[in-house]
Design a protein around this ligand. Structure first.
Ligand SMILES: NC(=O)c1ccc[n+]([C@@H]2O[C@H](COP(=O)([O-])OP(=O)(O)OC[C@H]3O[C@@H](n4cnc5c(N)ncnc54)[C@H](OP(=O)(O)O)[C@@H]3O)[C@@H](O)[C@H]2O)c1
Ligand SMILES: *[C@@H]1O[C@H](CO)[C@@H](O)[C@H](O)[C@H]1NC(C)=O
Length: 377
């Protein structure tokens, strides 16, 4: 039986779903002669670690208890441990995690760090564990979309890092691109709708509904962030575009990406409350969007909010696209990517499906962990 020791950072919607997947996949992994062994988990305030990180692990019952405690909004300190674990405060967390990584290195087995946080505070720790040749799996987009220096450091052992869930959640986007790149199938262009929210909004306004109504409905359905401007700014799409562009070899940062925001700066969060924006701000944008849709329609096209990456460009914003293309046919909140390469030059390789959700995102993380099994003895 091959043991894969894991330390999980972030126990929110995705991190908890990952722990539940690990527990419910025990038999599947057993049949593959694998055992995922969770030795520690942490949130923003504390870290819980197995009593002897090398010989023991947090058992399944305890992992599920962690999920319950976190779902109920309580802190990890309220866990009834019964001597089952050690708890460290946020101050001691990073140095303890590095100790654990170092001890695993001495034992010549791998340790996998999983980042399911939504924070950039994990970057310094990730940099150190990469140096210790630990495996790293990310759902968090921050580490690979911050400075180029961090990026280079984190991918300095390319075989030891996986980040499928940073773009398109569980969809096989990163793995497909990596397979193409490593087999010499040069990628000429990627164009993709990478926001479920903006995909939904753009396909709804196309059938004649006012932009402001569609955004309000999307918010009520829970499709948007609490402040929909976090979606409409395009920044989240830009982070994903940056990760893809860097994968294709672009030496750029977030500042180099042209990002079109769907609201004007006068309606920014510093100048308007969410309520004002929804009630008064949004309707002021309706006419301009309607005008652009009609113009596109007169050319037989539709509008989509996409990232566009080719040899020289990385842009994020509204593009006019043929109605009868994979992106043009998009309805609802799916993500869609068209990848053009030497092998896929006339007809693109198309990847489509749900690009968000705790379940698919956690499944993507779990598949990444299993994918690195050959790193373990
Ligand atoms: N949900 C999706 O559909 C989806 C899809 C693709 C990618 N992702 C990415 O997956 C990540 C997790 O998403 P989520 O929805 O689960 O987020 P979330 O519910 O906000 O959970 C974030 C977790 O990270 C913890 N955290 C914050 N700072 C930390 C630090 N410095 N060290 C360790 N843990 C820290 C938080 O701690 P507290 O509990 O103490 O606050 C919380 O447990 C995000 O980066 C997100 O962008 C999500
Ligand atoms: C993801 O998990 C969070 C926290 O449990 C929950 O609030 C949210 O509704 C979940 N999202 C989906 C799409 O299930």
């Amino acid at each position: 039986m091959k043991k894969i020791p894991i330390l999980l950072m972030g126990i929110g919607g995705v991190g908890r779903q990952l722990l539940r997947h690990i527990v419910s996949c025990r038999i599947i992994h057993y049949n593959q002669r694998l055992r995922l062994s969770v030795v520690g988990v942490c949130d923003s305030k504390s870290m819980v670690v197995a009593p002897d990180v090398y010989r023991s692990e947090l058992d399944d019952e305890f992992l599920l208890q962690i999920c319950e405690v976190k779902s109920s909004g309580s802190s990890l300190e309220t866990l009834s441990d019964g001597g089952q674990c050690q708890i460290y405060s946020s101050k001691e967390m990073a140095s303890k995690a590095i100790d654990i990584a170092a001890s695993y290195r001495r034992m010549a087995t791998g340790l996998t760090f999983i980042d399911c946080s939504a924070s950039c505070n994990t970057i310094p720790l990730l940099r150190k564990v990469v140096e210790l040749e630990c495996c790293v799996v990310l759902a968090n987009k921050q580490p690979l979309s911050s400075s180029l220096e961090d990026y280079d450091k984190l991918i300095s052992h390319p075989r030891l890092i996986r980040h499928e869930s940073t773009v398109g959640a569980g969809l096989p986007v990163i793995s497909s691109i990596n397979r193409m790149l490593s087999s010499g199938d040069a990628i000429q262009r990627i164009i993709g709708s990478l926001s479920g929210t903006l995909g939904y909004v753009m396909s709804e306004v196309e059938v004649g509904k006012p932009f402001s109504d569609v955004v309000n409905v999307a918010k009520r359905l829970g499709y948007t962030e609490p402040d929909p401007r976090d979606d409409l700014s395009g920044l989240d799409v830009a982070r994903k575009a940056l990760i893809l562009a860097r994968l294709l070899g672009h030496r750029i940062s977030l500042d180099n990406i042209k990002v079109e925001s769907l609201y004007p700066i006068e309606m920014g969060p510093d100048l308007m409350t969410v309520e004002e924006f929804l009630a008064k701000g949004l309707p002021l944008i309706d006419r301009e969007i309607r005008r652009r849709i009609e113009k596109a329609s007169s050319n037989g096209n539709v509008l989509r909010y996409v990232c566009l990456i080719d040899k020289s460009r990385c842009e994020v914003g509204i593009q006019e696209l043929p109605k009868d293309s994979p992106l043009g046919r998009l309805k609802g909140s799916d993500n869609v990517l068209e990848i053009y390469s030497r092998c896929y030059s006339e007809q693109p390789l198309v990847i489509q499906g749900a690009g968000a959700g705790n379940d698919t995102t956690a499944a993507g993380v779990l598949a990444d962990i299993i994918d690195m099994q050959d790193m373990f003895i």
